[in-house]
Design a protein around this ligand. Structure first.
Ligand code: AP5
Ligand code: MG
Length: 196
């Protein structure tokens, strides 16, 4: 299996590049943000609970998202690999993911971070907010809150995977095609030289 985490702050292009990666490498795309928005759209109790956190730019509790990922892994037993987008977002989530994968005799092969300046991120998210219908994109205060949460709770996840020598980063600014070119280079290299 080839399992990768696409890492980076809100608006760094994880969702955009996930589409390209999934198409080229045939991985199963697991975005906790998308899964939570589906729950909200279906008006489930989980969705109603999650919306309270998401609208404020806060993280949904670990046990909720870990449970969703556990279910999704079970749903796709025949997958050749997974692309995690927006997960893990805390060190506790990363440890839980490592454990879930090891139960399946698998592991994370690569963590790839997209680096984008905060000014560019705000511009992208406010722009997306005009059309996306995402309630967390229209208020700049909520966007800034998401960055603070990212710095405090999510950036330490990079350290977790750096220790395991799985962490890589590239510049996430430029055209979507240019960035995808850089992503392909890193993935192809890792596929040729797996870390065992
Ligand atoms: P989530 O849905 O994961 O959102 P996010 O991390 O805030 O990231 P975004 O989806 O906003 O950005 P992206 O990196 O995917 O960028 P995109 O490709 O869309 O999470 C939302 C909320 O759910 C969280 O705040 C939290 O409450 C909750 N949640 C989710 N996962 C959780 C977890 N694991 N634990 C706890 N809570 C969780 O691009 C952004 C925009 O930029 C788009 O308009 C795009 O067209 C544009 N763009 C993309 N690339 C480029 C480029 N190269 N140049 C110019 N524009 C570009
Ligand atoms: Mg996204």
């Amino acid at each position: 299996m080839f399992n990768m985490i696409l890492f980076g702050p809100p608006g760094s292009g994880k969702g955009t590049q996930s589409e390209n990666i999934v198409e080229k490498y045939g991985l199963v795309h697991l975005s906790t943000g998308n899964l939570l928005r589906e729950e909200i759209a279906n008006k489930t109790p989980l969705g109603t609970e999650a919306k309270n956190f998401m609208d404020k730019g806060q993280l949904v509790p670990d046990e909720v998202v870990i449970g969703m990922i556990d279910n999704s892994l079970e749903h796709h037993k025949d997958a050749t690999g997974f692309l995690f987008d927006g997960f893990p977002r805390t060190v506790a989530q990363a440890e839980a993911l490592d454990k879930l994968l090891s139960l399946k005799k698998s592991e994370i092969s690569l963590v790839l971070a997209l680096e984008v300046s905060e000014e560019e991120l705000v511009k992208r998210l406010l722009n997306r907010g005009k059309t996306s219908g995402r309630s967390d994109d229209t208020d700049e205060a909520v966007i800034r809150k998401r960055f603070t949460v990212y710095t405090n709770e999510t950036e330490p996840v990079a350290g977790h995977y750096r220790q395991l020598k799985k962490f890589n980063s590239i510049k996430g600014e430029g055209s979507v095609d240019e960035i995808f070119g850089a992503i392909k280079n890193v993935i192809d290299k890792r596929m040729r030289h797996p870390i065992i």
